[in-house]
Write a protein that binds this ligand. Structure first.
Ligand code: SF4
Ligand code: NI
Ligand code: NI
Length: 733
């Protein structure tokens, strides 16, 4: 019971110390001094999610500290005889509330301590990333939703040396887990050990340096709680639901490297509230009786070579190491790592031509696992070379259809990126691959690009294909001919999809992938209404159903059309009512005003009605500024991301804006009066095309953006000035 005592002792120390720092800051800056983690709508997320207190300034932070103080058990000395966990868990919680306030104070007292954004730059000393902003939460949180990240390891302290740190981190990367790092072991940090060993750290490699201090543990727990609010519809203040949600759905645990002192023990006790156990490399006596969870809360004395395995076992996590027959580590965590100029051995594409194409073949036309390189292989290449490359993947299978070609082709990007030390950018005829020196030293060859695609296509699409053959061209003459053929195919494909209409298809597809986080949310994807996350169009859903007939994408017979203008079908309503368990009985595909579709937290954009402009605005998640509807993207997503249908607002994908049925029931694209400039630019080509189609060729220039106005009255003024069509249209409501 020694460490249990230490945990309570530690909590006292932390709360008392933070109270002192708080008092001093209060004296210096006053109660109105603003307190915040930058670019987030979740205030201080642990306090907000569990206590329901939105901390915005010193005064509100004081309230949270009072709660922390109250939570500390009254009689520490009697703890040895405490029969249950309550006081210990409370003490841990108190420590975390206090630490969150501490970090918020640090954000304004030392504004340069943490680096904004996703990336570290060790060369300039920018290592510590602090609290994830909402853009990162959206992007990364989704990976916890769709299962591409099974969970995270929160590492505190430092390994005995850099080599061990590297081994452990890479082992987690191979299992696609995130590693969140905080704290130090006598001044040494796990993060700096990784940097010393040449490992890239940052959100993009899933090795996230939060803070050199143990108080940075709150960034990991805060991230988990925000995910529960953003994707699970858990309400702020509902601490039971939030903690249970994490225990059941976020597979996380703590690895403590170094002597578990009183403060660490307090944090470990705090983590038990989330159901996150601690696995330590030092000898610690049993600190917590089992009973709350099905597993041990704290396990000590684990050798470094068994740390990863033991952690995963204790938390009951099934992670699968992807096996592909190449001489490099392989997995999602390596997707974001770069090959920098200094590490570069050879590149394909960029200034040279690199093209990729997936094409269906007849069963007897190709040979499975036949991988041929025509032209130079790595043995003929020297450092610094730049080459052309053609990646020609032929796929055959009894269930394979030409419609699946683009779906497989789109996978090439991340599948190649998953190889450690290999970087892939772009797609189709503008792809670009870089091989780093270490990858080449380990024996990576051009042939292995084909090997990756063969192995992974079988693994992920085994139910629709039987054979994969890959031909790799490196001779410029061959690449040129291949590129011409590929371009003709892209063109044919694009026009096939663009010409599909909702009227002409009887089958739509459901997507319920997000229900694990937003339980009443149901997407129905039609040819002209792509899923709101942007990841699933009609064709993707069709393929996904063929690949996995019992999966989240089910065919829906759209049935009788109940409203052709607003877009409502009987068959879709029936499905939605059932799939939402009666929460939603019907919705319209083409309206923001009348019973719009449900919205979940991972939508790419959110549109909002602007009654004063007789139109709508939309905003995408990368735009963090103000908008004319008075709410930023994060606020909008927080208000409506839980799977409700909210008249006046609707989530949609970027691509949907330039689809013909976009809010067609309310007047269509001619109602678009405001969107962020960057989104306009991204969709420029499509907006020009749609403008032509609706008889307003310069519509794109008539749509207002943040460089012109961000309040509704000024937006309207602009619309009048440029003669925006919405001004003349019938009232939208
Ligand atoms: Fe989630 Fe809808 Fe995208 Fe499916 S289509 S992943 S339900 S947002
Ligand atoms: Ni890579
Ligand atoms: Ni979603």
């Amino acid at each position: 019971k020694l460490v249990a005592f230490a945990a309570i002792q530690g909590a006292y120390e932390i709360v008392t110390r933070v109270e002192g720092i708080y008092e001093k800051a209060l004296e210096k800056y006053g109660p109105e001094q603003k307190l915040a983690f930058p670019n987030t709508a979740y205030y201080l997320p642990i306090i907000y999610s569990l206590l329901g207190i939105p901390v915005t300034d010193m005064a509100t932070a004081g309230k949270a500290l009072k709660v922390a103080r109250k939570l500390l058990p009254a009689h520490v000395q009697n703890f040895n005889h405490l029969p249950y966990l309550g006081p210990l868990l409370d003490a841990g919680m108190a420590a975390l509330f206090a630490e969150e306030v501490l970090e918020a104070i640090r954000y304004f007292e030392q504004p340069d301590f943490y680096t904004l954004g996703e990336e570290c730059d060790p060369a300039s000393g920018k290592i510590w990333l602090g609290a994830a902003d909402d853009t990162i939460l959206r992007k990364r949180g989704v990976e916890f939703v769709d299962g591409s990240a099974p969970g995270f390891a929160a590492i505190v302290g430092a390994a005995p040396n850099a080599e061990i740190a590297k081994e452990i981190a890479e082992e987690y990367q191979r299992r696609s887990l995130y590693v969140f790092m905080a704290g130090n072991r006598m001044g040494t940090t796990f993060t700096e050990q990784l940097i010393e060993a040449g490992v890239q750290v940052g959100w993009n490699t899933r090795l996230v340096p939060f803070s050199p201090d143990i108080s940075g543990a709150v960034f990991a727990l805060g991230f988990a709680n925000r995910a529960a609010m953003a994707f699970g519809g858990v309400k702020p203040g509902d601490y039971k639901k939030n903690l249970l949600y994490n225990k059941d759905r976020v597979f996380a645990f703590v690895n403590a490297f170094g002597e578990v002192n009183a403060e660490w023990a307090a944090n470990a006790a705090g983590c038990v509230n989330w159901g996150f156990p601690t696995i330590a490399d030092t000898d610690i006596p049993e600190i917590l009786p089992t009973g709350v969870c099905t597993y041990e809360h704290v396990v000590g004395n684990i050798p470094h070579s068994e740390m990863v395995q033991k952690s995963v076992e204790v938390r009951g996590l099934k992670t699968i190491v992807t096996k592909v027959d190449i001489p490099l580590s392989y997995g999602a965590a390596f997707e974001g790592e770069r090959v920098r100029k200094d590490d570069l051995f050879v590149e394909f594409g960029g200034k040279k031509q690199a093209t990729e194409l997936v094409e269906m073949a007849e069963m007897d036309e190709i040979e499975d696992n036949k991988i041929v390189v025509i032209g130079k292989e790595m043995d003929d290449v020297k450092k610094g070379d730049k080459l052309d490359l053609g990646i020609y993947v032929q796929v055959a299978g009894r269930k394979f259809q030409p419609d699946f070609e683009p779906i497989l082709e789109r996978q090439i990007h991340h599948l190649i990126n998953y190889a450690q030390g290999v970087m892939h950018i772009g797609q189709r005829d503008i792809s670009w691959i870089r091989l780093g020196q270490p990858a080449v030293e380990k024996g990576f060859k051009v042939r292995h690009i084909g090997q990756i695609l063969h192995d992974m296509f079988h693994k992920e699409f085994g139910s629709i294909l039987d054979k994969v053959q890959v031909t790799l061209y490196t001779d410029p003459k061959d690449v040129k001919a291949f590129t011409e053929k590929a371009r003709a195919m892209y063109k044919a494909r694009d026009s096939r999809v663009e010409n599909m209409t909702d009227e002409n298809e009887e089958i739509f597809y459901s997507c319920t992938l997000c229900q694990s986080f937003a339980p009443s949310h149901v997407c129905v994807v039609s040819p002209e209404r792509t899923g709101l996350c942007g990841a699933y169009n009609w064709m993707d859903c069709k393929a996904s159903f063929e690949i996995n007939p019992t999966g989240p994408n089910q065919p829906i017979e759209k049935g009788e059309c109940l409203d052709p203008k607003l877009g409502m079908w009987k068959g879709c309503n029936d499905f939605v009512a059932k799939a939402s368990r009666g929460k939603i009985s019907q919705y319209n595909f083409y309206s923001i005003v009348y019973e719009p579709m449900t919205t979940c937290g991972c939508c790419e954009c959110i549109a909002a009605l602007l009654p004063g402009c007789n139109g709508v605005m939309t905003v995408h998640r990368d735009y963090t500024g103000e908008t004319p509807c008075g709410m930023k993207f994060t606020t909008l997503a927080g208000v409506m991301g839980g799977g409700q249908s909210s008249p006046g607002f609707v989530g949609h994908s970027k691509y949907n804006i330039i689809q013909r049925k976009y809010i067609a029931g309310d007047g269509g694209i001619k109602r678009m009066v405001w969107m962020p400039k960057s989104l306009k630019e991204e969709l420029r080509e499509g907006l020009l095309r749609r403008g032509e189609e609706v008889g307003v060729p310069d519509l794109i220039d008539k749509i207002c953006d943040e460089t012109i106005a961000i309040d509704e009255a000024s937006v309207y003024e602009y619309l009048q000035k440029v003669g925006h069509p919405a001004v003349e249209m019938d009232p939208i409501v």
